[in-house]
Ligand binder design. Structure first.
Ligand code: NA7
Length: 560
């Protein structure tokens, strides 16, 4: 372990730990490493503010699909008791306010350097340090490096010919201008109907003169049933917060309060089954719906019953039958792509100024100076919105020239898909930790809970190293490959690999088709992590420090 805070003579740019990213993961890592372990930490952040995903995704309608009472930090009871969310689901400005409040409340900003994009990270085995270079030409070094770079942080605009020739304005939902965009009176195209498209389309439709939506794949979309926070429910929830947060770790998605299903969809008569789906539809939310029956994500016939229920809903809402049919998803089982929660999405297609175009049968060929051309027609637009997603899960890590002890880059190591131990570490990359990396349940869970769980596990590991005079930790190749195989094996037991999703890397041309998240459940995953820690980290190589650390090590005061 590196020395405790305040050793005084370290050169500029030299720290005990460097954290890349000041989103929820990076902020919590800073809080724990600095305030619990007493380390000298620097957080490097590309943006000019905290918040990560919630900092960049400012598109209209951007909202979390996990309820706000759940989607928040659990590490400080006063924080969770005092913060009050206005609605059932937090929207982007509210969540960003919350993250800023956390940064101020715990005095985190003083250790964050904004407007600093990390371009390279190399490990020097002889010196036992990571050296990070930034786009601005600065260098930082530390024995410990934590990549809190996010799973949906590299926005992707498809490589359409002619984009540079477009004379109107174009936007990507994940790089939205800070001041917002006014589409009043404009002819607007939205390309993409994932969560970002579905959330923004109803709002853009209300402003635009004409909105044309280009849909390549119809998605399963459920009503969020958002509304003002039910204050009685909030009071009850807050009274049970500690217990609820603990119970969340015993659930597959990291969210407590949904009674686990007990029956197969196929064991229930059709009328009763539909009544259950109807109740879940009215209740709102995705987990509740997927929890209708035990086998919606593992049995195609069971899944078909839920898929057909949703298709019938679409047919009932959308008045034009051809548009309704085009909006009906039919190429993947429900839940195998990220379920989208909406507010008034399907109703939007009943507006006279909204048109849906099938970009599957008529793919977009090029952007023109005045709009775009598909294989079938040419369209004129004043503005184009790319809601085309992200190079998910591996994009941000592969974008950095990240080289391990043997000089190989992570991108080379992951040529055929990500190989990780627990989604937290990689063989050959000593003391480099990822928060919610591929191979962890991160994106399939309540993300803040997973960030906290990963950081807590890392803090436990660093404490173990400090107690045993260990200089470096890294997983063995054998353990890493066993874990990576296990992640794949679990996925194969489900319907998930049937969808061309960003979980599979399918939205990026040339990206290996590997199912990246761990879908064995947060509960099973956390037990596994805890058992590894309790057993002294089997599957990891711990290299002793050449010279024992001077004692005593002074840990700063802070919560454990
Ligand atoms: P997603 O879910 O990856 O959605 C991207 C959308 O863009 C999706 O509908 C894609 O169709 C579409 N797309 C991508 N490239 C093209 C081209 N070339 N032509 C037409 N359409 C295209 O990203 P989001 O930002 O909406 O959501 C990401 C996550 O954020 C979401 O899952 C939540 O977890 C929050 P495709 O389906 O690939 O055919």
């Amino acid at each position: 372990m590196p020395p405790s805070k305040g050793t005084g003579d370290s050169p500029a740019g030299s720290y005990d730990a460097i954290v890349v990213g000041a989103g929820v993961a990076g902020l919590y890592a800073l809080r724990r490493l600095r305030d619990t372990l007493g380390l000298k930490v620097k957080v490097l952040e590309a943006g000019d503010g905290v918040g990560g995903t919630w900092y960049w995704n400012r598109y209209p309608g951007c909202r979390c699909d996990v309820e706000s009472l759940e989607y928040s930090f659990s590490f400080d009871d006063a924080l969770q008791q005092e913060w009050s969310w206005p609605e059932r689901y937090g929207n982007q400005p509210e969540i960003l306010d919350y993250v800023n409040h956390v940064a101020d409340r715990f005095d985190l900003r003083r250790d964050i350097q904004f407007n600093t994009r990390v371009t390279a990270a190399r490990y020097d085995r002889a010196g036992g340090r990571w050296r990070l270079d930034t786009a601005g030409g600065e260098s930082f070094s530390a024995p410990i490096c934590i990549m809190a770079t996010g799973n949906l942080s590299v926005p992707r605009v498809p490589e359409f010919k002619g984009l540079e020739s477009f004379q109107g304005r174009w936007y990507h939902t994940g790089m939205w201008p800070q001041g917002g965009v006014d589409f009043t009176g404009l002819r607007v195209a939205v390309i993409g109907t994932g969560s970002s498209g579905v959330q923004s389309i109803p709002i853009i439709a209300r402003q635009a003169k004409q909105l044309t939506v280009f849909q390549r794949t119809a998605n399963f979309i459920l009503p969020a049933q958002n509304g003002p926070m039910d204050r009685a429910r909030e009071t009850r929830h807050k009274a049970e917060y500690t217990e609820r947060r603990r119970a969340a770790y015993d659930t597959p998605f990291g969210i407590a309060g949904y009674p686990p299903p007990t029956r197969s969809a196929l064991d229930v008569p059709a009328a009763e089954r539909n009544a259950i789906y109807e109740r879940k539809w009215a209740e709102g939310g995705s987990i509740s719906f997927l929890y209708s029956f035990t086998d919606l994500l593992t049995n195609q016939a069971a899944n078909d019953t839920a898929s057909e229920f949703v298709r019938d809903k679409i047919r009932a809402i959308v008045k034009d039958p051809a548009t309704a049919e085009l909006l009906c998803p039919n190429d993947h089982p429900i839940g195998t792509k990220r379920l989208v929660l909406d507010t008034g999405y399907f109703e939007t297609y009943n507006r006279a100024n909204v048109t849906l175009v099938n970009a599957r049968t008529a793919p977009i060929q090029e952007i023109t100076p005045t709009g775009l051309r598909t294989t079938e027609a040419e369209y004129a637009f004043d503005a184009i919105v790319f809601a085309t997603g992200f190079d998910a899960m591996t994009g941000a890590l592969k974008e950095i020239d990240l080289r391990g002890a043997d000089g190989l880059t992570l991108a080379e190591e992951w040529r055929d898909g990500p190989h990780t131990m627990l989604g937290i570490m990689c063989a050959g990359f000593p003391n480099l930790f990822m928060i919610t990396g591929p191979g962890s349940p991160g994106v399939k869970s309540q993300m803040i809970l997973s960030c906290e769980q990963h950081v807590d596990w890392i803090v436990g590991c660093l404490r173990h190293m400090r107690a045993h005079d260990i200089a470096t930790v890294e997983p063995t190749r054998a353990a890493q490959e066993a874990w990576t195989r296990h992640v794949g094996d679990i996925a194969q037991m489900t319907l998930y690999p049937k969808a061309n999703s960003w979980y599979m890397g399918a939205n990026i041309p040339g990206k290996p088709r590997v199912f990246m998240p761990y879908v064995g459940g947060v509960d099973r995953y956390k037990r596994n992590c805890d058992e590894i820690a309790a057993a002294g980290y089997p599957g990891f190589v711990m290299t002793p420090r050449a010279e024992p650390m001077p004692r005593p090590l002074v840990a700063a005061a802070g919560n454990d």
